[in-house]
Design a protein around this ligand. Structure first.
Ligand SMILES: [Zn+2]
Length: 390
């Protein structure tokens, strides 16, 4: 029984497995499955189940005065205790999260944030949990270092690897982990989840469609004002790029400006995340110095990636608008449009729209492939091509 795991939608087999695993965890798991299938949400819930105050063993429960009624089944992951809440927000001091910096996960990161802490006492009583996101991006040296931990796993540590390309993980690593398979979510399922969460039906369908079955992205799109801002930027960019070369350069400016704004908004979150670990003077309390530093480091990384993520989001929006022009030109109506709420501009030939679409998709692929590329140059080039084509 685990309340946090029960709430993870759409993956009954994987969740049943993890619910059982939470009671007597093995030392390492790979959560494998496509982008947006719910691996991150499931990982957070599983981590909560592993560190939950109420799921700790009897002695610890008694000490903390949290033991349930006699005979009540111990619950791993109540979702309400302090540990659960911190784990769900990814800032529990015993939970170490590793993700790529740039293209790879470097050996130093694995050494400092997995290997060393794995063999040290946990910051708080209870288990240590290591979450490695996009684990297929471990450099060979980083994978070797991880292997040292997997070969002699400390008794109080659990390691989770998340990957959309688990087959790219080294066999030596894979063979030491239990693989938990996630499957991709259908559009209708995503719509259902969003409407169950209180999103209205039209917006839910729009969000599901624009996110390509990626539940996390669909949620962000469906939420608040920010969600659809990226599409408004995409629309402005497509319109601007239609105005020949000066328009193309303006379009790049619009996209980069919006991405910078997005990054700025993210900064506000950091203060909120570390506030509980600071003393009255605003300095980290001794016991939490490490945790605060880790949250900050992770945050800087997220910040560095934020602009790229946002640009990708806008390009995806542009690509959906151009796709709708093609669909409309061949007689499709709003039931097949990706943006059922926007009537595509009919003034463009299929041929031109298809070529414009290709320019946008090439830019997306280039930016995803090489994180060191200058985003401005890539966008300007793509939009100049587009201005000749729309
Ligand atoms: Zn709990």
């Amino acid at each position: 029984m685990s309340r946090v795991l029960e709430r993870v939608p759409g993956q009954p087999a994987a969740i049943a497995f993890l619910t059982q695993a939470a009671e007597r965890p093995h030392h390492a798991y790979v959560l494998a499955g496509p982008e947006g299938s719910g691996k991150s949400i499931a990982a957070r819930a599983f981590v909560a189940a592993l560190v939950c105050d109420r799921g700790a063993d009897g002695a610890e429960d008694a000490e903390r005065g949290e033991q349930g009624e006699r005979g009540e089944r111990v619950e791993h992951g109540c979702g309400e205790c302090r540990s659960c809440r911190l784990a769900l927000e990814e800032r529990h001091p015993n939970v170490f999260v590793v993700e790529p910096e740039g293209r790879d996960i470097h050996v130093n990161t694995v050494r400092d944030e997995v290997w060393h802490p794995a063999f040290l006492t946990a910051p708080e009583p209870g288990r240590k949990v290591f979450v490695i996101r996009e684990a297929d991006r471990l450099s060979p040296a980083a994978a070797d270092t991880l292997l040292k931990v997997l070969e002699e796993p400390p008794a109080d540590a659990v390691i989770l690897l998340l990957s959309a390309r688990a087959h790219e993980l080294p066999e030596t690593v894979l063979s030491r982990c239990h693989v938990v398979q996630f499957t991709s979510l259908s559009e209708s399922f995503v719509v259902q989840v969003l409407t169950d969460e209180g999103v209205d039906a039209v917006r839910a369908r729009l969000a599901a469609r624009l996110s390509g079955g990626n539940l996390g992205r669909a949620r962000r799109t469906a939420a608040g004002d920010d969600g659809l801002r990226f599409r408004e930027v995409a629309r402005q960019a497509v319109d601007a790029a239609a105005e020949a070369a000066p328009g193309a350069l303006l379009a790049a400016e619009v996209v980069l400006g919006a991405a910078a704004e997005y990054k700025k908004r993210l900064k506000v979150e950091l203060d909120r995340e570390i506030a509980p670990f600071l003393d009255e003077g605003g300095r980290p309390q001794d016991a939490y110095r490490g945790a605060v530093k880790r949250i900050e480091t992770r945050f800087r990384r997220r910040e560095r990636r934020a602009e790229r993520d946002y640009i990708d989001w806008v390009l995806l929006g542009m690509s959906s608008l151009l796709r709708d022009r093609v669909a409309a030109a061949v007689g499709g109506d709003e039931t097949v449009w990706m943006n059922p709420d926007i009537t595509p501009d009919g003034a463009f030939s299929i041929d031109r729209s298809v070529r414009a679409l290709a320019s946008v998709e090439n830019a997306r692929a280039a930016l995803a492939e090489d994180l060191n590329l200058n985003a401005r140059l890539v966008l300007e080039r793509a939009f100049l091509e587009l201005s000749e084509r729309v």
